[in-house]
Design a protein around this ligand. Structure first.
Ligand code: GRF
Length: 199
């Protein structure tokens, strides 16, 4: 079986990118053919470069609007040969044209059990709500904010008195397990992507 070519979108630290580099990519299940960011100095880009992965920088200031930026981003990703796009801490909404072009080929990791706590600061939302558990969701990306079809979830308990830092750490640990698992299952064909995969 040949390795599935995947690309990652990341705006920040890139610890989920690192989990993919160290897991499915190191095992030869996937080939990371590019890492793209809206932030020209995102630490995720440094991680990619250290691993010899090509990087693309797409700051909003270089483009007239989101549609123009995401057209350039899509052209670059396609040029890299990506068959799956993994949004891992990418802090931008994707243009509808981009989503249509990669229909059912974009997945996102979100730090809550969707549909609870979508959007920004999901960890803060869970703490403010006094929830007893939260978690991590991997889902297909559609035009809404964290509304696409759920692929897999992992639950994280919220013990009484837990600090925000402790909860964030537990959620990151769950992300670093779940995202490589899902990407591996996609690479093995156990989870379908692309045209006709909609359940
Ligand atoms: C993760 O918690 C992800 O769920 C959220 O942003 C964070 C990114 O972390 N959307 P990293 O850049 O992968 O370290």
């Amino acid at each position: 079986m040949s390795a599935l070519p995947i690309a990652i979108l990341a705006s920040g630290e890139g610890t989920n990118l690192q989990a993919l580099l160290d897991g499915p990519a190191a095992k030869g299940m996937v080939r990371i053919v590019g890492v793209a960011s809206d932030k020209v100095d995102a630490p995720a880009l440094t991680r990619a470069e250290a691993a010899g992965v090509p990087t693309g920088r797409f700051p909003a200031s270089d483009y007239a609007d989101r549609a123009a930026r995401d057209l350039a981003l899509a052209d670059w990703l396609e040029g890299q040969g990506a068959e799956l796009i993994v949004s891992a801490g990418y802090m931008q909404l994707l243009d509808p044209g981009f989503i249509t072009r990669f229909d059912q080929r974009i997945i996102n990791i979100h730090p809550s059990l969707l549909p609870s706590f979508p959007g920004m600061d999901a960890v803060g939302q869970a703490l403010a709500a006094g929830a007893s558990e939260t978690g991590v969701t991997v889902h297909f990306v559609d035009e809404g904010v964290d509304t696409g079809e759920v692929i897999a979830v992992s639950t994280v308990p919220i013990p009484a008195g837990v600090s925000r830092g402790e909860l964030e750490e537990a959620i990151h640990a769950a992300e670093h397990r779940l995202l490589p698992e899902v990407v591996t299952a996609i690479a093995r064909g156990e989870i379908g992507i692309g045209e006709g995969s909609r359940r």
